[in-house]
Design a protein around this ligand. Structure first.
Ligand code: SF4
Length: 811
């Protein structure tokens, strides 16, 4: 039986008389002459599954010159084009899969498999995988989600490494990874393993390998698993140049990889070792980048090159990872990987992680967005929350995330089945709600109650109104002689569940001042009906809406509608005939079997289907005494899972007993983590490992203190040059350990200063930022606050920064 690829052909998208095309890495085009015009008919995807090995030979008429997982158009070809919208290519190789390929979104050049990327789009069901044995720990869908981390000690320091592994194991990790740079480290691995066994610690050990096939061969004899990075295992270090590869060059490099990698596969097979084929977004080879760019598609292909070798040698005890420091890229890469595995009929487990996430809340938030999103899609069998903190501190947030995923899958949290046609899950495209526009006759300006890049709404209590200046500061407004003004990261609107009495003139004046600077004040219908506040927006649920009671409000009152997302469609119909400033998607936290993510997806589908463009705010009410990590992880996993798909316009977090500043910062972190609204400098910092050449936590705190006021600037702080430059992704500036006590500075991926003494390196980094016109002086107030924060951060070094930040805030 031959295989079929159905390539869905979109109708002619543009007309041109161009007679040649250079190179389309992800798109496949057929060409038809109609009259005098050449019509380029863009086929849906540039991806043809690897199993279609005969494609090149059989389908040259289509202009395809590359047979593997993409299609390259090098020559103009005439192709007969019938009326059918489906083009079928028959492949003579064995197998019975039918792969349907389509554009990732309308007009997108990215071809993706039509096959689903998860088991269910309306509930959490774990993707079925085979079991991979890592020592005595089974990883896969039939087992709990495994938690892991990586040591930061010098691997050659056997005593320190053993101690750290024991601490990690005592914290409950299932697996631990150790960096193995060279022969001396590989020798130390034998001692580490023996020492741990003698102490009765049987936790599986994983060797992290980069650029060193011979080291991998050696350590495979004593460790339980080998992690290889396809970007640098057999390829030379990427030069970040777009090189022209001919078909032969490409093939030769593949043959070279097979030659270098096969002995390790054979060894792992012989010794019963596991393997992780771990692609990193930032360290793709030049070959992959020249064909696929720096893209999720390239990440998948990079891993598949290695996986095909494993499969050819009948070795299957491996799993995949697709890490990136950008959670949006990371989510897309894993989804694409699974979709492609589905096409191939592969069932290898997944190791999830966001690389270089950073520290404290930032790091937890990025991991929650990336890992939490995938876990709720039923993807992920082992996870690592990578933080710039001692590795044992990673285990608790990691376990909380794993529990969230396990619980969602056990309860199959979701919503009634619905057809999903509009969500883009392979390439990001934001659904932007209609921002408020000013209406005739309105006394106040409502245009600022939501922000175009993502809004932060905060709950405010009556108590807070008693100290207006403090409240304005908490909302991150600027104060000029006691009057509030909006700033870059000022809260956009507030939710006031209780209005002050009509005669509380001070409280009402404080609210008026907020409304005057276009900060929205939202209050429940019952409050507004009994103690009306001029120009407030009114929170109405669907029941109140259908009862018509809201019509008692003065005409023109702005409404904010609260919607659960699982209401019957008949109830949602009312949205078609209502004028609302925003929707708040609010599903009570107490719902066990109903999922916030899936109800929201259903709601967005309804809105898109009916061309309703309300902005939607993710409103999450946490129970009292929620642990801070649960709050960050809950917000990241629930709202972040939607925002990474471009679904949503802002966030409103309520948690009765949480610090106000913490909630506000968490909300802005969430928007920044989802690449929506930048309100502070973006940091990419590696978690450190045995290669690290300086105290990452200390240096990172110092750099943050001096540069945290530069929204739009991204700084990477990386422990070594082995992986640092490759893995700092799209950072604007890089601070990288070049040698002991010496720092190299980068602009993008180009090293511009080498070997700077560490004592001078932070100042040199700042100078570099200035030289590139990206520096602004912090406001005087911020300088003072930064100095205070620095005291706190210095105090916090050496222990969990998130926990310490409680103390900093409290002190
Ligand atoms: S950048 Fe270097 S020091 Fe940092 S985690 Fe990666 S290998 Fe280790």
């Amino acid at each position: 039986m031959g295989q079929l690829v159905k390539i869905h052909v979109s109708v002619a998208q543009w007309r041109t008389k161009t007679a040649s095309l250079a190179f389309f890495s992800f798109s496949c085009c057929a060409f038809v002459f109609l009259g005098w015009d050449l019509v380029i008919v863009k086929m849906a995807t540039g991806t043809v599954p690897a199993s279609f090995m005969e494609l090149k030979i059989r389908d040259r008429g289509l202009g395809l010159t590359k047979s593997m997982d993409f299609v390259k158009v090098s020559n103009l070809q005439r192709v007969k084009f019938g009326r059918s919208k489906v083009f079928v290519i028959r492949n003579s190789s064995s197998g019975s899969d039918v792969a349907e390929l389509q554009a990732a979104s309308e007009g997108s050049p990215l071809l993706v498999p039509r096959q689903k990327y998860c088991e269910s789009i309306h509930k959490t069901v774990r993707r079925k995988t085979r079991t991979v044995m890592v020592g005595n720990v089974a990883v896969g869908s039939e087992h709990p989600i495994r938690v892991q981390t990586m040591t930061t000690t010098d691997t050659k320091d056997v005593g320190a490494t053993v101690e750290q592994v024991m601490r990690i194991a005592d914290m409950g990790a299932d697996i631990v990874r150790i960096t193995v740079q060279g022969k001396r480290e590989a020798d130390a691995c034998y001692e580490i393993k023996n020492s741990l066994v003698q102490k009765n610690y049987m936790i599986p050990l994983v060797a992290d390998i980069h650029f060193a096939p011979s080291v991998a061969m050696r350590v495979a004899e004593c460790f339980d698993k080998i992690r290889v990075n396809p970007g640098n295992f057999a390829d030379r270090r990427a030069q970040f140049e777009t090189l022209e590869y001919t078909e032969d060059d490409y093939q030769k490099e593949l043959e070279h990889i097979e030659q270098v990698f096969s002995p390790l596969v054979e060894k792992c097979k012989k010794y019963g070792r596991a393997m992780r084929i771990g692609t990193n977004h930032g360290s793709l080879s030049d070959r992959i980048m020249s064909y696929y760019g720096d893209s999720p598609r390239g990440m998948v292909e990079s891993a598949f090159e290695f996986a095909r070798i494993c499969r050819k040698l009948d070795y299957h005890n491996f799993l995949f990872s697709m890490k990136a420091s950008n959670p949006v890229v990371m989510v897309q890469a894993y989804r694409l990987l699974v979709a492609e595995m589905n096409v191939q009929g592969w069932d290898y487990p997944l190791h999830l992680g966001v690389t270089e996430a950073g520290e404290g809340e930032d790091g937890r938030m990025k991991s929650a967005i990336g890992i939490g999103t995938l876990l709720q899609d039923g993807l992920g069998d082992t996870i690592r929350v990578s933080l710039t903190e001692p590795p044992e501190e990673e285990i608790d947030p990691c376990r909380r995330l794993a529990n969230l995923g396990m619980r969602a899958a056990e309860l199959q949290q979701g919503v009634a089945p619905f057809e999903e046609k509009h969500r883009r899950y392979f390439d990001f495209q934001r659904r932007t709600g209609q921002l408020p526009i000013q209406k005739e006759g309105e006394e106040v300006d409502y245009r600022g109650v939501l922000h175009r890049d993502g809004s932060v709404l905060m709950p405010v209590s009556l108590d807070q109104l008693k100290t207006p200046e403090l409240l304005y500061k908490s909302l991150a407004a600027k104060l000029v002689v006691g009057m509030p003004f909006k700033d870059l990261a000022t809260v956009d609107s507030i939710l006031l569940r209780e209005l002050p009495p009509a005669d509380d003139s001070d409280a009402r004046l404080a609210l008026k001042r907020l409304i005057d600077i276009s900060i929205g004040v939202i209050t429940p219908l019952s409050e507004q009906l009994t103690k009306p506040l001029p120009n407030a927006m009114v929170l109405v649920n669907l029941k109140e809406l259908s009862s018509g009671v809201y019509k008692l409000l003065p005409e023109g009152t702005r409404l904010a509608l609260s919607v659960r997302g699982d209401e019957p469609y008949e109830d949602l119909e009312i949205l078609k005939n209502v004028d609302a400033t925003m929707l708040l998607h609010d599903l009570p936290y107490t719902e066990d079997k109903i999922s916030r993510v899936h109800t929201a997806r259903r709601l967005f589908e309804f809105l898109s289907e009916n061309a309703l463009d309300f902005p939607v705010i993710h409103h999450i009410q946490f129970p009292s005494s929620a642990h801070r990590d649960d709050l960050v992880i809950g917000a990241g996993s629930n709202a972040g899972a939607l925002l990474v798909d471009g679904l949503g316009d802002g966030i409103l977090l309520e948690a009765p007993d949480q610090d106000f500043d913490f909630l506000r910062n968490t909300s802005f972190n969430l928007l920044q983590g989802c690449r929506m609204r930048n309100t502070k400098t973006e940091y990419v910092s590696c978690p450190s490992c045995g290669r690290t050449l300086f105290d990452l936590q200390e240096i990172s705190a110092d750099i943050r203190e001096k540069t945290s006021h530069l929204p739009g600037v991204s700084i990477a702080i990386m422990g070594c040059i082995v992986n640092g430059p490759g893995e700092m992704a799209d950072a604007d500036f890089g601070y990288v350990g070049g040698a002991p006590g010496k720092i190299d500075l980068y602009v993008g991926k180009t090293v511009v200063k080498r070997g700077i003494d560490m004592e001078r390196a932070t100042d040199a980094l700042i100078q570099l930022i200035k030289d590139h016109g990206r520096w602004v002086d912090p406001p005087a107030e911020e300088r003072a606050a930064a100095a205070q924060l620095n005291e706190g951060i210095n105090f916090a070094i050496g222990s969990c920064l998130l926990k310490q930040s409680d103390k900093i805030i409290a002190s």
